[in-house]
Design a protein around this ligand. Structure first.
Ligand SMILES: [Zn+2]
Length: 408
């Protein structure tokens, strides 16, 4: 057990320190800020009593104790001493030493950098805190998200590009069908819908991005299905948003420095990440597929779109169970419904600052349990209930990830 005591925190000044150095991605400066010789993580704000930055090599970290204190979370360490669970009954964060795998509010997340230990403290990189953890623990702090009036649906592949396939059918057909089923659901919720393709035609990736960028007040949702030769048993859902600047993508196994390049991020990467979390909670909340996590990638459609964008992978055509389910139009309708609910939750976040539903809330709703979710006000007290169950982490090397060099 970690003993943690709490005191009132000057949140504004704390945030100034946390985000000021990361303003390359959030500032009013032009999108796709040019790589600069100055290290991205150089603090420019005055020291804050709330965040104690710890430098390890060239990277800034924050201790798990510091994170717990800031977000008013209570900590428990499991018996191995390697996994810590922070919880306050409203937010839950599970972190594992030497791992990039984290569980945030019941959903798997892939951090950019592993959790490390120094002087008996668990440390989380500042980029992960700012880009992955903060948007989920306080989604209502979302900034500059714009309006969400039009959904650009992008069914992957098409024409000669069949994408992945199973003995039942091809990715290009399934993706188009999900988009076609999703369109009227979104329209019924008051959204406008633009499709990058309506038929079985080939559309280059840059044209898809151009369509998205030409659509005002919009978000971009690319729909794909997975396949891998590396592990025929790989199964489940995953969702991608753009890798932040200065960080490796999830599929970059090595954390060697050459992966930590200075490719441009996106001025809306926080919004894209929040969209991916809102949609992914809904997908898993509606359909009990394996949770492969929220991932980062620099796929062309994510890189080239200037609006909040995500890429959904709706299961594996290379796996028997997944491929049978995907072949069922009624299952694909369920997938479309889950995407619609997630997108609607994102709009509620942007327009009403209403926190998106979490996977457990969707499941409780489906089970007919009444959930009263206080979405805006902070917790009035710390939850002293017993420690939450620890979700076993998976080893990415035994849970094949598709070839990162292949466009999905
Ligand atoms: Zn694909």
């Amino acid at each position: 057990m970690i003993a943690l005591r709490f005191r009132p925190i000057a949140i504004a000044s704390a945030l100034a320190l946390l985000f000021a150095p990361l303003s390359f991605a959030k500032s009013k400066a032009k999108p796709a800020a040019k790589p600069s010789a100055t290290p991205a993580a150089k603090p420019t704000a005055p020291p804050s009593p709330d965040w104690q930055l710890i430098k390890v090599g060239s990277r800034d970290y924050l201790s798990v104790d510091n994170i717990a204190k800031f977000y008013k979370l209570l900590g428990n360490v499991d018996t191995t001493g390697k996994t810590v669970v922070l919880n306050n009954g409203r937010n839950q964060l599970q972190l594992t030493l030497d791992s990039r795998e984290a569980i945030v509010n019941g959903i798997r997340n892939w951090l950019c950098f592993p959790v490390i230990a120094k002087d008996d403290k668990f440390l989380v990189s500042r980029i992960d805190l700012a880009k992955t953890i903060e948007p989920q623990l306080r989604p209502q702090m979302i900034q500059r998200a714009g309006k969400v009036q039009t959904i650009v649906l992008d069914p992957g592949h098409g024409g000669f590009d069949k994408g992945a396939g199973s003995s039942f059918g091809s990715e290009k057909m399934y993706a188009l069908d999900v988009a076609r089923q999703l369109r009227p659901l979104l329209q019924a919720k008051g959204f406008k819908v633009v499709m990058t393709r309506e038929n079985d035609v080939f559309i280059p990736l840059e044209v898809r991005a151009r369509i998205a960028n030409a659509t005002r007040d919009s978000i971009f949702v690319s729909i794909h299905f997975n396949a891998t030769d590396a592990n025929r048993e790989a199964t489940g859902f995953e969702i991608f948003s753009l890798t932040p600047r200065g960080a490796p993508s999830t599929a970059d196994d090595s954390l060697a420095l050459h992966f930590v390049n200075m490719q441009a991020g996106s001025p809306v990467d926080a919004q894209s990440f929040e969209l991916s979390a809102a949609v992914f909670h809904s997908m898993l909340g509606h359909i009990p597929e394996f949770d492969r996590g929220i991932k980062r990638a620099r796929f062309a459609v994510l890189r080239q779109t200037k609006i909040p964008s995500v890429l959904v992978e709706g299961g594996f055509l290379s796996e028997t169970g997944d491929s049978k389910r995907i072949a069922d139009p009624a299952w694909r309708k369920q997938l479309a419904e889950s995407l619609c609910a997630g997108i609607e939750n994102y709009r509620n976040l942007v327009e009403k600052k209403q926190r998106p539903m979490l996977v457990a809330e969707y499941r409780a709703q489906a089970a007919g349990e009444i959930t009263v979710v206080d979405l805006v006000s902070p917790p009035s007290r710390l939850d002293s209930s017993p420690a939450p169950a620890i979700i076993p982490v998976t080893n990415p090397s035994t849970n094949a990830t598709p070839d990162p060099n292949r466009e999905p």
